[in-house]
Design a protein around this ligand. Structure first.
Ligand SMILES: NC(=O)c1ccc[n+]([C@@H]2O[C@H](COP(=O)([O-])OP(=O)(O)OC[C@H]3O[C@@H](n4cnc5c(N)ncnc54)[C@H](OP(=O)(O)O)[C@@H]3O)[C@@H](O)[C@H]2O)c1
Length: 304
């Protein structure tokens, strides 16, 4: 079995669960991290890089069969100042460039390069379209960021390395991420939809997402760009109601008006106030079966 996998950002929400899944499936997992003192898990080997200074431990890439590029500054972690926007983009694009340059330097070609992207590609807009993979990127911050992020991943393809890109929806996990944020108000026994509540929230259960990543490894033919979103489309109103069913002692309050969210979040408010449906057809047409194809099923698993 070809079995050495390098994961950039393997210490994050997706990377932590994915590393475990890959290790449990018999793969040797290497993690490329900015931290020299990452929480060391004895099952993995850790390597250091610094994208800004172009430092990288070359041994991370030696004999590697697959590279999964997840690293990048958190998109919703801080307000989108000009400097933050640049950092969000550079941490992804320059990371990919450094990986490819290093592979060329050591003259090594892995079997596949797999990279995250986001459904932000389709832009912060709410309309009736169900976006498919062949749609052009929207001309806003996330659309442009995803476009350039994907272009940097596609340089691996141009270099002859089969490439898969997963345009990922909101990842639902027990261990943080969006679901934790969405559940914060339940501490105060209420929930409110945001803005009009009509915006769609393309989502995916983390187990399904990790199974898609595993598929990219086990199925060499599985290349190209895929939306990694569950088939069930839900609006923010519907999502909020679904969450309330799991928090029986909480009440639904009126929607938070966009006039409150915009000054609080700045441009980033578009991320929570807008959203369209995204199609999972291409992925399902490859035979992939979602374990969590409805939000109810996903939340039953994630909220205890
Ligand atoms: N979670 C979602 O809902 C979601 C949705 C769509 C797309 N995605 C994308 O999928 C990827 C993984 O997502 P995630 O939720 O696992 O992210 P995460 O928890 O924020 O982890 C990302 C990892 O990237 C590394 N990183 C953080 N800032 C960095 C920087 N400035 N430069 C280089 N590396 C940096 C960190 O690893 P070290 O500290 O070890 O370096 C971190 O553990 C990201 O690119 C994200 O944009 C996620």
């Amino acid at each position: 079995m070809d079995k050495i996998i390098l994961i950039t950002g393997g210490t994050g929400l997706i990377g932590t669960q994915l590393s475990k899944l890959l290790f449990d499936n018999g793969y040797e997992v290497r993690i490329l991290s900015r931290s020299k003192n990452s929480l060391q898990n004895k099952n993995y080997e850790y390597y250091h890089w610094n994208i800004a200074t172009k430092e990288i431990d070359i041994s991370a890439l030696k004999n590697v069969h697959y590279i999964i590029h997840l690293a990048g500054a958190g998109i919703a972690d801080k307000r989108w100042t000009t400097a933050r926007k640049k950092h969000i983009l550079d941490s992804r694009v320059n990371g990919a460039t450094l990986l490819l340059e290093t592979l060329e330097q050591i003259n090594h070609r892995p079997l596949k390069f797999i990279a995250a992207s986001g459904i932000g590609f389709y832009g912060a807009r709410t309309n009736t379209t169900i976006f498919k993979e062949n749609t052009s990127p929207h001309n806003d911050f996330l659309g442009n960021t995803c476009k350039l992020w994907e272009q940097s991943s596609l340089t691996f393809k141009e270099a002859g390395i089969p490439t898969t890109i997963l345009r990922t929806g909101i990842v639902l996990s027990k261990k943080g991420g969006a679901l934790e944020k969405l559940c914060q108000t339940f501490k105060f026994r209420f929930a409110s939809a945001l803005g009009s509540g009509q915006q769609y929230m393309p989502w995916i259960h983390i187990d399904d997402l990790c199974r898609i990543y595993l598929r990219t490894i086990t199925d060499i033919e599985f290349t190209g760009i895929y939306n990694a979103v569950a088939p069930a489309h839900v609006t923010n109103n519907e999502f909020t109601k679904a969450l309330l069913r799991f928090h029986k002692n909480s009440v639904q309050l009126p929607n938070v008006p966009s006039s409150i969210l915009k000054p609080l979040l700045g441009n980033m408010s578009a991320m929570v106030l807008q959203g369209s449906r995204v199609s999972s057809d291409k992925l399902e047409n490859t035979g992939f079966k979602f374990q969590y194809n409805s939000l109810k099923k996903a939340l039953e698993d994630l909220i205890k």
